[in-house]
Design a protein around this ligand. Sequence first.
Ligand SMILES: NC(=O)c1ccc[n+]([C@@H]2O[C@H](COP(=O)([O-])OP(=O)(O)OC[C@H]3O[C@@H](n4cnc5c(N)ncnc54)[C@H](OP(=O)(O)O)[C@@H]3O)[C@@H](O)[C@H]2O)c1
Length: 308
Amino acid sequence: MPKIYIAGCGGMLGEAFYLQFRDDYELKCSDINVNDSWLSYMDFRNYKAYKDDTAKFQPKWLFHLGAHTDLEYCELHPDDAYETNTKSVEYAVTIANDLGIPILYISTAGIFNGKKTVYDESDEPDPIGHYAKSKYLGEKYVQGYANNYLICRAGWMMGGGPRKDKKFIQKLMKQIKNGARELFIVNDKLGTPTYTHSFAANTKLLIEKQMRGLFNMVCDGFTSRMEVASELISLIGLKGKIKTNPVSSEYFANDYFVRRPESEQLINKRLNEHGINIMRDWRASLRDYLRDYYNGYLIDSLNETDLQ
Ligand SMILES: NC(=O)c1ccc[n+]([C@@H]2O[C@H](COP(=O)([O-])OP(=O)(O)OC[C@H]3O[C@@H](n4cnc5c(N)ncnc54)[C@H](OP(=O)(O)O)[C@@H]3O)[C@@H](O)[C@H]2O)c1
């Protein structure tokens, strides 16, 4: 089986890559957060450790997945953000070039300024905070210096479940589990959810089809934070039992002080052009995600009114 080295594989996306690729490829998965038995420790800010570990494995592909994804952390710790999200990408490109193999880099819809409503691969990024800048610089480095590369851009990530999901869906599910029957949801943000398993499966297809270059890769259908929250409530059977209060982003200014683009909606133009878009509708993906990862999660927190 062809070998793939996956760096920064311990997070919500890494888990889906591991599960989607493991039957057809020999994998070596590393992270600084060794939270599964199939992970080993490797800090990709350490060039020598990165180079030695990959050289020993002799992969046919290098997937550089990991990053600091907390926007507020990145804003408060810019040095670590650029070292983790940009400098390590430079290391990865050098390593892949030296080994003569292609590199996969994961970018984000968050690199746009949000002034347009929908972005395709020809739109010019204009990142807002340090997280977005550090990710865009990584993308530019790959495009400028990697001899052989794939860049896939994700949107609002859904995946990993209660154990690994650091983002919107788990934040809502956790509040509901803790008894909240009233949620405050921003009504001024548009985006495209991205289910980690579909993203990993579509990446696998790109590799099998020997595609290269930059691809947007998000679920079908444009939406908003408010609509995602309403759909989630309906899917978990609590429609009418949980109230959603629309608020502007200002409401969360203390906790989420990094400005987010008004729109991070991507369209998979290049996947469509090549006839290789297997990303599914965001509602169907959210349903699959909740079914696969949250079965029984809320049981202890439901009361009689919820169940009526
Ligand atoms: N989450 C999103 O909404 C989103 C959207 C678009 C694109 N992306 C991109 O998708 C990729 C995967 O992100 P994710 O959502 O899976 O985030 P995640 O769950 O935070 O996973 C990232 C992993 O990278 C690890 N990591 C951080 N610094 C490292 C280092 N120096 N060496 C090795 N591993 C390191 C993290 O460890 P710790 O847990 O210890 O930090 C974490 O396990 C990232 O490139 C991200 O920028 C994410």
